[in-house]
Design a protein around this ligand. Structure first.
Ligand code: C5P
Length: 235
C-alpha cells in the first residue's frame, strides 16, 4: 500500500446520476457524468486511502484499485450508504440523486394506448441521503468522546445558480446549514460549468467556518486533489 495523507483511512464516495425506473426498460435520469466523483476516487486512492465507489450511472469508467458497488437508483444508494457509512472514515456524496422517483414501477413495458397523446406521471420524494447520513452520524455522538463517530467527515456537493437576491455562495451557505455536512463543495453552474465537462470551479465551505476554506478552479482532477487535501487536513 502507498503512503499518503489518507493511508489507513477508508473513503466512501458516491458518483454519477441515479436512474429511477418507470418500467423494465425506461427511467427518469439526469446528465451527471460521474467525472468529478471518479476524479475524487482516484485522488483519494493516490492519497493512500482504501476507496469504495458507490456508482450510479456514469459515462466514465471507475479508477483502478477502487472497490465498486453499483447503485443505480436512489433507493439502492440509500441502502448502500446506510450499510457502508459506519465503517468508513469519510463519506463524499458526489452523486446527482434524483429528488423524485415514479410512485410505481410497471412490471411490464408500458404500452401506448390508441389516441393517448399525453401521459401523467406521479412522482414521490426520494430521501435526502446526505442529510440522513449526517443525522445518523450525529445521533451517535457522545459529549464524553472527543472524537466524532464514523464517518468522521461527511462532504456534499451543491450545484447552484445565483440570482438578483442571493449569490451562489449565499445559496451554498444556506444548503450547508440545512444539510449540516462538515464540508460542502459549491459549484456555480450558471454558465453551464460542471455537468459532463472536464473542468470545474468550486468553493469549499465548512460548517465550522464562516468564510470559505478554499476556492479552486481547473480540471476535475486538480479540483479533486484540493478537495482530498482539504479533507485529509481536517480528519
Ligand atoms: O439539495 P441538493 O440536491 O442540491 O443537494 C446536493 C447534495 O445532496 C449532493 O451531495 C447530493 O449527493 C446529495 N443528495 C442526497 N440525496 C438526495 C439529493 C441530494 O444525498 N435525495
Amino acid at each position: 500500500t502507498r503512503m499518503g495523507p489518507l493511508t489507513g483511512r477508508k473513503v466512501l464516495i458516491s458518483a454519477g446520476g441515479t436512474r429511477e425506473p418507470l418500467d423494465p426498460v425506461r427511467f427518469l435520469g439526469n446528465s451527471s457524468s460521474g467525472k468529478q466523483g471518479v476524479a475524487l476516487a482516484a485522488a483519494a486512492r493516490r492519497a493512500g486511502a482504501e476507496v469504495t465507489l458507490l456508482a450510479a450511472h456514469m459515462d466514465v469508467a471507475p479508477p483502478a484499485g477502487v472497490k465498486v458497488i453499483p447503485t443505480p437508483t436512489a433507493a439502492d444508494l440509500q441502502a448502500a450508504v446506510t450499510k457502508q457509512a459506519p465503517s468508513h472514515d469519510v463519506l463524499i456524496m458526489a452523486a446527482a440523486v434524483a429528488d423524485y422517483r415514479p410512485e410505481s414501477v410497471a412490471e411490464a413495458k408500458m404500452k401506448k394506448g390508441p389516441g393517448e397523446n399525453s401521459l401523467t406521471l406521479t412522482l414521490v420524494e426520494n430521501p435526502d441521503i446526505l442529510a440522513e447520513a449526517v443525522a445518523k452520524r450525529n445521533a451517535k455522538r457522545r459529549p464524553s468522546q472527543r472524537k466524532k463517530p464514523r464517518p468522521r467527515l461527511i462532504a456534499g456537493f451543491a450545484a447552484e445558480t445565483g440570482d438578483k437576491e442571493h449569490s451562489v455562495l449565499e445559496y451554498g451557505q444556506a444548503k450547508l446549514e440545512k444539510k449540516q455536512c462538515d464540508l460542502l463543495f459549491v459549484n456555480d453552474v450558471s454558465g453551464g460549468a460542471g455537468f459532463g465537462r472536464d473542468d470545474n470551479a468550486v468553493t469549499i465551505l465548512a460548517l465550522d467556518q464562516d468564510t470559505p476554506v478554499a476556492e479552486v478552479a481547473g480540471s476535475k482532477d486538480d479540483v479533486a486533489e484540493t478537495m482530498i487535501r482539504t479533507i485529509a487536513d481536517r480528519l
